[in-house]
Design a protein around this ligand. Structure first.
Ligand code: FES
Length: 167
C-alpha cells in the first residue's frame, strides 16, 4: 500500500498557486504527466499528495493517472528525502568489491534500510546501479560528491563528518 505524505503548512490557495506555476511552466496536457511529476519532485524532493492533487486539478489530468505514472517509474519518491541523499553503488564492480558490506554498515550506522530516511531527516539511503567510476569501487555518492574505495571504517568516518556538520 502506497504511503503518501502531504506538504505541511500550506493552505489551498498556496497549493493552487504552486500548481499553476508548475503547469504554466511545463504544460497541461496528459502527455506532460512525467515532466509535471519531475518538476514537483525537483521542487520538493518527493511527490506531496496534496500538491499532486492540485496539479491534477490545474492540468485536468486525473489524479489516478498521475499516481499511476509515478508508481510505474522508480525515479519518483513518495516520502520527503533527507537533507543528504546517500547512494550506494551496487553495480557489478562495486558488488564484487563489497557493496553489500558497505550497505550493511550504513544500515547499522544510520538505523535505516534502503529507501529509508533517518528520523532527524538528515540522511536518506538508496542503492543504485553503476555510478560510472568503477575503477574506484566500492563507491557511494552523498549529494553530488563521490566517495571512493570505501571500507567499513571510511564510511563511518564520512558519516561522522556529515553528522557533525563538517561535510
Ligand atoms: S559499478 Fe559501481 S561505479 Fe561502476
Amino acid at each position: 500500500m502506497l504511503e503518501l505524505h502531504n506538504l505541511a503548512g500550506v493552505d489551498g490557495d498556496a497549493l493552487a498557486a504552486g500548481a499553476r506555476e508548475i503547469t504554466g511552466r511545463i504544460g497541461q496536457n496528459p502527455e506532460y504527466a512525467i515532466p509535471l511529476l519531475q518538476e514537483i519532485q525537483r521542487r520538493h524532493t518527493y511527490l506531496p499528495k496534496n500538491l499532486v492533487e492540485a496539479v491534477s486539478a490545474e492540468a485536468g489530468i486525473p489524479v489516478s493517472t498521475l499516481f499511476g505514472v509515478a508508481t510505474f517509474y522508480s525515479q519518483f519518491r513518495f516520502k520527503p528525502q533527507g537533507k543528504h541523499l546517500i547512494r550506494i553503488c551496487h553495480g557489478t564492480a562495486c558488488h564484487v568489491a563489497g557493496a553489500d558490506i558497505i550497505s550493511t554498515v550504513l544500515t547499522q550506522e544510520l538505523g535505516i534500510e534502503e529507501g529509508g530516511t533517518t528520523p532527524d531527516n538528515l540522511f536518506s539511503f538508496e542503492k543504485v546501479a553503476c555510478l560510472g567510476c568503477c575503477a574506484l569501487a566500492p563507491v557511494m555518492m552523498i549529494g553530488d560528491k563521490i566517495y571512493a574505495k570505501l571500507s567499513s571504517s571510511k564510511i563511518k568516518s564520512v558519516l561522522k563528518e556529515y553528522k557533525n556538520g563538517a561535510a
